[in-house]
Design a protein. Sequence first.
Lengths: 109, 232
Amino acid sequence: MKTSELALPTLKCVQPASGNIEITGGYTSDLLSDVMAHLKEGDALITIQAHKNTVAVASLMGASAVILCHGRMASSDMLEVAGKENIAIFISSGSQYETTVSLAKTLGK
Amino acid sequence: MKARIDFHIHSCLSPCAALEMSPRIIVARSMAAGIDCIALTDHSCTENLPAFHQACVEAGMNCLYGLEVSTAEEVHVLSLFDDLHRALNFGQMIYSHLPDRPTNPKLFGEQPVVNVDEEVLHFAEKLLNIGTDISFFDLVPMILEAGALCIPSHIDREVCGAISHLGFLPDLPYDAVEVVGGIDPEIACRWPIIRFSDAHYPEHIARRFTEIETEAFTVPALREAFHHLLLK
């Protein structure tokens, strides 16, 4: 599934990415060192860490998108870096668990 | 003597800090703001401390030598030494506990090690502002045993603060705790509350500081001075 096609009732896209970026899986974590150790290329990162270092780590690891849970708003500098790095940012009204489950269902996993 | 202290300042070595944050700029701005003693506390690396030491000596500024360590839980903790060589040894040990992965300066920011004349000597290779593999509960005694002051940073901040990442502030023998918001009386009864600038840009310097009454700027004297800040 492409990031542009990701449409769940609980998700809102606040920073789109250009091009056909494929979401191949997901990784759920709020520790960026853990994300750096385990996220696989193409995973969407599901987290509550709504700041610009999250985008830097996501970009470094080849994440397809960042999904912020519990309706946490992305800071303006986070959105700016996401624009530069072409990483899509979504806001989910659900918890990390709910968001992970609905993404997994959508991806057929 | 009464003294204004700011023991939480980042130099250009920290990837999240401005490149203008050279040791001389930090010292000059702090002096102009009326700060009596400062500490350099880059993220998990002490390689700019020699230049900072030189800048403080030439300007007659009192200083401590520190670093801000990120624990395995990504909680930030200040370690403050009154001896440069002890700080450098401790810093080397902490750096070895960072993930063994080179940083990407385009994504995270440059990490230049500089001399006092603001010449770049080299760049720190590993990403500095990420968690080490040392837990918060292990780090606190390590800092104290190394002879440094131990102060959890911005404990009330959501990002990298002890309360948000650990759920509560563990009952450990910190010398003080740094806060950025309001004061929780339960915490203020237990540990001295201090405020530092956490400066990443020149204009941040002295935006917060703490006034203390101290005999000297040594670890034992400061420990004693902090004790007087406890809420009775």
